[in-house]
Write a protein that binds this ligand. Structure first.
Ligand SMILES: Nc1ncnc2c1ncn2[C@@H]1O[C@H](COP(=O)(O)OP(=O)(O)OP(=O)(O)O)[C@@H](O)[C@H]1O
Ligand SMILES: [Mg+2]
Length: 417
């Protein structure tokens, strides 16, 4: 059985083998693969992960898509994007990515594998149970269309808990925090060395919670707040009184999974008109250039790089020659932390809700287990730690814990059947 952690930013694939659970190498020895796909029109092939990003960065003619997990449960899933002379639905693009992971796992296992356990956030969609159910159904039908006959799901933080549990030497109550690219997910779980052999863990799972906030939302804030104003965001029309230019192209450019949607012919003519009527055409010209030259993912990736650098620097200077030859944008950690404070607070609130729902006092939580790339941000860690003041902090494998836990889960499912 295969285990797939299909992440907003990165994915991993695990196998339950007779020797135990393990992650498999996906790309030149790497155990992770960016959730990226490139339709290379020049070489007429589809590329995945780092190879996809490299082809895009090297200016091959084609279309890059990233963060597609974010469209599950939204109307975008049925939308299609222009790729060369064809239109392909986002659903089918996710299908191609999952099929690639399946093929890699089969190559590694040397056998056809048609059963899978896929990780899912506690909520694909916040505050709407119907859309949330729909998101899982969409993922299930995509997996079935790839040839999986049986599809199981497990919450991502529960998977991370199973990974953590494999290292404990005594019974503990742990708060598992998985703060990734698209969502932040939490579980309060009783873990113990003996419990690993149990096939029914329901009584050990004390609470789950989640919120649709992750690293891509922090990227979006940094982009809209600090970079897009240099491309005309929040500027006005020349006439039409004080009317602001439409924010949607800026919003799309700052939202990983919407970038490719800007590259259709309709948007190109709308942007031209916006440029003609703009009060600051020199700034809007930069927006047109980014869209025309398909540099949206380059920009998003540079903004993400600046965000990561702000984890350990007070100030970061971004040079953006593909926007404008001499454009430099400086961002600082204090503005960033203050700007995203409302998002961080929502994450903190979600943890407190999870602890409250568990029926265990915050002071009784023994361990805070952190995983997911966004758990590297110092103020996010602080928000987690302050919710469980007596807990010891354990850092898991930030990008591998969920996938490995899903491989453990795959072994448990097999033992049960
Ligand atoms: N050192 C770092 N500091 C801050 N953020 C980081 C760091 N390293 C990675 N990230 C961010 O972590 C996110 C990716 O984390 P991860 O791979 O855990 O997410 P994911 O599993 O793909 O997403 P999800 O589980 O939400 O679907 C990205 O937003 C990335 O920018
Ligand atoms: Mg994840």
């Amino acid at each position: 059985m295969i285990a797939i952690d299909f992440g907003t930013s990165n994915s991993t694939v695990g196998l339950a083998t007779p020797q135990g659970p393990r992650l498999i190498p996906l790309e030149t020895g790497n155990l992770t693969i960016p959730s990226a796909i490139f339709f290379n029109l020049e070489d007429d092939k589809v590329q995945f992960g780092r190879e996809a990003i490299a082809a895009y960065t090297n200016h091959y003619d084609g279309r890059l898509l990233r963060s597609l997990k974010s469209v599950l449960g939204s109307s975008l899933i049925e939308e299609s994007t222009e790729i060369g002379h064809e239109r392909i639905s986002l659903k089918d693009i996710i299908g191609k990515f999952l099929a690639h992971l399946k093929a890699l796992a089969q190559l590694e296992a040397g056998a056809e594998l048609d059963e899978v356990v896929i990780g899912r956030p506690v909520f694909f969609v916040d505050d709407d149970a119907r859309l949330d159910r729909m998101a899982q159904q969409q993922l299930e039908s995509i997996a079935k269309a790839c040839g999986f006959k049986q599809v199981h799901f497990q919450y991502e933080p529960i998977a991370a808990a199973l990974d953590y549990e494999s290292s404990v030497s005594r019974e503990e109550i742990a708060l598992i925090a998985d703060i990734g690219g698209g969502t932040s997910d939490f579980s309060v779980v009783r873990v113990s060395p003996r419990a690993q052999r149990k096939t029914d863990r329901r009584s050990d799972i004390l609470a789950n919670s989640g919120v649709h906030i992750g690293g891509t939302d922090f990227d979006k804030w940094l982009s809209l707040g600090q970079v897009m104003p240099h491309l005309g965001y929040k500027t006005h029309y020349r006439k039409r009184g004080e009317l602001e230019l439409p924010s949607s192209p800026y919003f799309d450019l700052a939202t990983w999974h919407r970038i490719a949607l800007l590259y259709g012919r309709k948007t190109a003519s709308e942007l031209k008109e916006m440029h003609l009527l703009a009060g600051k055409p020199d700034l809007v010209h930069r927006l047109l250039r980014v869209v025309r030259e398909r540099s949206g993912h380059q920009l998003a990736s540079d903004v993400e790089g600046a965000k990561i650098a702000l984890s350990s620097a007070h100030e970061v200077s971004l040079s953006l020659p593909y926007v404008d030859e001499h454009l430099q944008v400086t961002v600082n950690s204090l503005d960033f932390e203050q700007g995203v404070a409302a998002l961080t607070e929502k994450i903190g609130q979600c943890i407190r809700d999870c602890v409250r729902a568990s029926g265990v006092g915050a002071e009784q939580i023994d361990t805070l287990f952190l995983t997911g790339g966004t758990s590297s941000l110092p103020f996010v860690r602080q928000a987690c730690a302050s919710a469980v003041p007596h807990a010891r902090m354990v850092e898991g494998d930030k990008f591998g814990s969920v996938g490995l836990g899903l491989a453990i889960e795959a072994g448990v499912i097999r033992a049960r059947s």
